[in-house]
Design a protein around this ligand. Structure first.
Ligand SMILES: Cc1cc2nc3c(=O)[nH]c(=O)nc-3n(C[C@H](O)[C@H](O)[C@H](O)COP(=O)(O)O)c2cc1C
Length: 292
């Protein structure tokens, strides 16, 4: 059995990023692999990825010299990522308000209605229903393309990797998105890592994202900070940022349902986005089958 260290240079994607893979192998069969990358080690830690890889390789060499059979039994390779039982739909709507029945809930309902009217499938994710850990910036997603946490985000990753249109509905909270939605956005770093570095799946080029927002106060300036946040999120999740609709002054009305033309504007934006996607959806036999 042999232990080797492979170094991969990712500095074209992220400045100075290097990934180290320590492999224990019997011939061509890899028994155990340990991955680490330079971004995992924050400036004050005093450890390095190269040092951690070397130390792991030394440990494994010592273990193998002592008990090779025990090593093989202990290190059953676990190199898959869990595919959760979440549906695959043409459209995913993220309802980002912690209030399930507020204005964003209303808008999410209008979106679902507009999608179903075109005989396409849709799921609305209510973040207040889900258990989602915030991103801790460990950068371990750049090792295998898998987030270190196992929680309801697994279902969101699965849904986002297969949808053709992503719609995010968000209230303005302190000029940006609510904390729960921000957690989802940050956790999508793992999707970016999976696409770019771990190379698990190729990006879909034709997918787009719509952003619908509401604010309590009156004035477009209330959306100045949230719009770039949404745009950055779509790119991270692998979607082309598309149309946005902003409804201000919600504190002054009984709800977005009372804003003249709001429902039609939402339906119109969804319809236009789906029109753009329809040809590619129709060619996608696999997706039609899954919609069944
Ligand atoms: C914590 C918090 C922060 C908010 N911050 C802002 C803000 O910065 N600007 C604004 O115009 N409205 C702000 N609002 C008002 C919400 O955007 C408004 O009530 C919106 O309609 C809530 O959306 P929902 O009904 O979908 O929950 C805030 C509300 C809360 C609860």
């Amino acid at each position: 059995m042999t232990v080797s260290i492979i170094r991969e240079d990712f500095s074209q994607l992220y400045p100075r990023m290097q990934r180290y893979i320590v492999e224990a192998a019997r011939g061509a069969e890899v028994l155990a692999a340990f991955r680490t990358n330079t971004y995992e080690y924050s400036p004050g830690v005093g450890l390095t990825a190269a040092g951690a890889a070397r130390s792991r390789a030394d440990d494994w060499e010592a273990y193998l010299a002592k008990d090779a059979a025990g090593f093989a039994e202990y290190h059953a390779p676990r190199d898959h990522y869990p595919v959760p039982e979440s549906p695959v739909t043409d459209v995913v709507v993220i309802q980002g308000s912690p209030r399930p029945d507020g204005n964003c809930g209303t808008i999410a309902g209008w979106v679902a209605e507009a999608v179903k009217a075109r005989d396409m499938s849709v799921q609305v994710l209510y973040l207040d229903d889900l258990i989602l850990h915030p991103c801790i910036g460990c950068y371990r997603c750049f090792n295998k393309g898998i987030c270190t946490f196992e929680d309801d985000m697994d279902g969101i990753y699965h849904a986002l990797e297969h949808a053709s249109l992503l719609v995010v509905c968000s209230p303005v909270y302190t000029n940006t998105v609510p904390a729960g939605l921000k957690s989802v956005m940050d956790r999508c770093q793992a999707l970016h890592a999976r696409r770019t570095i771990a190379g698990k799946r190729p990006p879909k080029q034709d997918r787009s994202g719509l952003f619908f927002s509401v604010a309590g106060r009156v004035g477009d300036e209330n959306f100045a900070a949230i719009l770039p946040v949404a745009k950055a999120f779509f790119s991270l999740a692998g979607y082309q940022p598309g149309a946005t609709l902003c409804f201000d002054g919600m504190d002054h009305v009984s709800g977005v349902h009372a804003v003249a033309g709001a429902r039609e504007r939402v339906a119109g934006a969804v319809g236009a986005a789906l029109e753009g996607l329809s040809p590619s959806l129709q060619q996608d036999g696999e997706k039609r089958e899954q919609r069944g």
